[in-house]
Design a protein around this ligand. Structure first.
Ligand code: GLN
Length: 247
């Protein structure tokens, strides 16, 4: 059987790309290519309609408040129904930092409230206090996924999950969604395929097992052809051991 093709749609790739979050797309591309799989990348900017069935994974990177303000209304109007339809059939919507903040109901800034796309029950506020900044590690419990992720966070907004909404993981070191409740990111949607995190790095080069979990979930397959991740696996095993996480 031929290997499948991962079809990715990057939302606002020029505006939502802080800390080189576009590097996450490179990881998807390289790992598909190394495996002999296909990889297709499309981009959708402001005003562009998207086809919910044409992509397996929709990606929204991080952005500063002013970049988010440019995208938020478009996301909540032009792209809203298509993203709900995509998540409803089990496509992955993967969002980082400023992208995570736009997945929920809205983002309350100092003098303006940005609308969210309403894929998950969360809300974000800019509050007094320092930026939540620094290295971060989280533990997580994903079926067939890694036990922990390592990254970097830098956000002024604080995100609060609605009751019954699951975080992506729990903070081992760092701040997470709001610096208070230990939650980090979100995982929701009808099929658990709407995934958000505050973690940059970019995230996926540091956490290749998570890139593979996203790829498998987007394609609806149980396994992918193996790659030699001995170095990454050893680094993660050591970090997990030090943190007392996982097997
Ligand atoms: N603008 C958002 C904040 O500061 C997100 C920034 C980011 O994507 N790093 O809260």
């Amino acid at each position: 059987m031929p290997e499948p093709t991962l079809r990715v749609c990057a939302l606002y790739p020029d505006l939502m790309n802080i800390y080189a979050d576009r590097g996450n797309l490179t990881v998807f591309e390289r790992r598909c290519t190394w495996r002999g799989m296909g990889f297709e990348l499309a981009g959708a900017g402001i005003g562009d309609e998207i086809d919910p069935d044409a992509h397996d994974l929709f990606y929204l990177g991080g952005g500063q408040d002013r970049d988010q303000a440019l995208c938020a209304r478009d996301l909540a109007t032009v792209k809203r129904d298509a993203l709900h339809a995509a998540a409803g059939r089990g496509a992955v919507v993967f969002a980082v930092c400023g992208g995570l903040q736009l997945l929920g109901h809205g983002y309350e800034m100092e003098d303006e409230r940005l609308p969210g796309v309403g894929l998950v029950d969360l809300d974000t506020k800019r509050e007094d206090g320092p930026r939540l900044l620094g290295n971060i590690a989280i533990s997580l419990d994903l079926p067939g996924g890694p036990a922990m992720l390592a990254g970097f966070e830098n956000h002024a907004g604080r995100t609060y999950l609605g009751e019954g909404t699951a975080p992506l993981g729990h903070v081992i070191e760092g701040h997470g969604n709001n610096g208070r409740d230990g939650s980090e990111g979100v995982r929701g949607g009808a099929h658990g395929t709407v995934v958000g995190t505050y973690m940059h790095g970019p995230l996926l080069p540091k956490n290749t097992a998570f890139a593979d979990w996203l790829t498998r979930t987007a394609l609806g397959v149980d396994a992918l052809p193996p790659l030699d991740d001995a170095l990454e696996d050893a680094a993660h095993a050591e970090a997990a051991r030090a943190a007392g996480v996982g097997a």
